[in-house]
Design a protein. Structure first.
Length: 403
């Protein structure tokens, strides 16, 4: 297949689309990516990519075209400018006639790796309409519901606008892949999309997490949170639990960057939480080192009906590493922890319950067993090769069948 991938984010930004494209290319498919200049999550163009100096690259068999965009910087206005600048520039590139397969022909299919915002799919739909090829969309962030988690009111004109955009986009693609079973129900109930066009395709973890060695128990239990530190990750709940456990043999390591990191660090210092350490954002290849320090991994999200429908991608990495999981999270993620019997979970934003579950874990004689259960559930449900094989098969089945 000749596959055109559209995603606003790509390497060196830390998203799984990087590996997906490389895996598809390694299987003999031609893969080209239309993306923006890397600036996530800090909001500044990465060193070496300023001035549109690396607009076209070949990375591990994948052709990458980077559209010049306005960096995110800080604040909602700048973020909106960033989003729309990618859409405008990517559409212009696609309409220029330069977006072609290596032999000069059309691509067979367009694949959209849809994070936020949903409008990043619009350039792909432009290609679909212009060349009459099918489009498949992998929905990782559900819109317009993601706006609610970000503080936008459901009754607001902004929500209404993006609901119309989301409905148009989701109904325009030939296939929707969703990371959560809740998402499938939402698509059919909210937008009237037939269930046959929606396929459950949970995320996987990169192979490097499968090589994390078991950790020997020590006097201090180390808990690691890894991932984005933004408005919805509820790191305040972790700090509140840490404050309650100051006298206990528990250490917290928070690995990641994001819009809330500076504030969270200030809060930890103000509360004199010596048990909480911040490692900052680390490259993917360094992450197994931090996982290896963990007796258990932490997962938290805000208490929100939409967020409870999501299965955060870190769950797969946590489970692939064979680590127990302690959560303050609702919905599908909580269901997975219970089904896997791989840790303890309580209600989102409930610091008392999180602290209690941490102490249950500290005293539990089943730490190693929970770690094995975590890995077993990963192998049976989220393993990488299964993901790639299913995606490849689904995409091949769409070729020549544009609606």
């Amino acid at each position: 297949m000749k596959i055109l991938v559209v995603c606003q984010y790509y390497y060196p930004e830390p998203f799984r689309i990087n590996v997906i494209c490389e895996k598809l290319a390694a299987r003999g498919h031609e893969v080209a990516v239309v993306t923006g200049e890397p600036n996530y999550p800090e909001g500044e163009i990465y060193p070496g990519y300023e001035g549109h100096s690396r607009a076209d690259e070949l990375l591990n068999g994948v052709r990458v075209h980077r559209c010049p965009i306005a960096p995110r910087k800080k604040g909602a206005f700048r973020r909106a400018v960033n989003y729309y600048s990618f859409v405008r520039k990517a559409k212009a590139y696609i309409n220029s006639g330069k977006c072609r397969a290596q032999d000069g022909s059309d691509f067979d299919i367009v694949f959209i790796y849809q994070l936020s915002p949903v409008i990043m799919a619009d350039p792909a739909l432009t290609y679909k309409k212009k060349h009459s090829v099918p489009a498949a969309l992998y929905c990782l962030d559900l819109w317009p519901e993601s706006l609610i988690a970000g503080g936008v009111k459901r009754s607001s004109p902004i929500f209404a606008h993006y609901r119309r955009s989301s409905k148009r986009i989701y109904r325009s693609v030939d296939k929707l892949f969703v990371t959560s079973r809740f998402f499938r129900n939402y698509m059919t109930e909210e937008f009237g999309i037939s269930s046959e066009r929606v396929t459950y395709l949970p995320q996987y973890a990169e192979e490097i997490f499968s090589d994390v060695a078991p950790k020997a128990e020590g006097e201090t239990v180390t808990l690691v949170f890894a991932g984005n530190i933004g408005a919805v990750q509820s790191i305040d709940t972790v700090l509140a639990a840490a404050e309650k456990l100051k006298a206990e043999p528990v250490r917290f390591i928070i690995v990641g960057g994001g819009s809330e990191l500076e504030r969270i660090e200030r809060e930890a210092n103000a509360k004199n939480l010596g048990s909480v350490e911040f490692a900052g954002r680390r490259p993917l290849e360094e992450m197994p080192k931090y996982y290896s320090m963990a007796d258990a991994m932490l997962i938290t999200l805000n208490a929100d009906p939409f967020l409870s429908r999501t299965l955060p991608g870190k769950m797969q990495s946590y489970m692939a590493s064979g680590r127990p999981i302690i959560g303050a999270i609702d919905g599908e993620a909580a269901d997975v922890i219970r089904a896997a019997d791989c840790g303890f979970v309580g209600r989102a934003e409930d610091a008392d319950e999180l602290a209690g579950n941490i102490m249950r874990f500290v005293k539990s004689p089943r730490k190693a067993e929970m770690g094995r259960n975590s890995r077993k559930y990963y192998e049976e449900n989220f393993e990488e090769s299964r993901f790639i094989e299913k995606l490849e098969s689904e995409l091949a089945g769409l070729v020549g069948k544009s609606q």
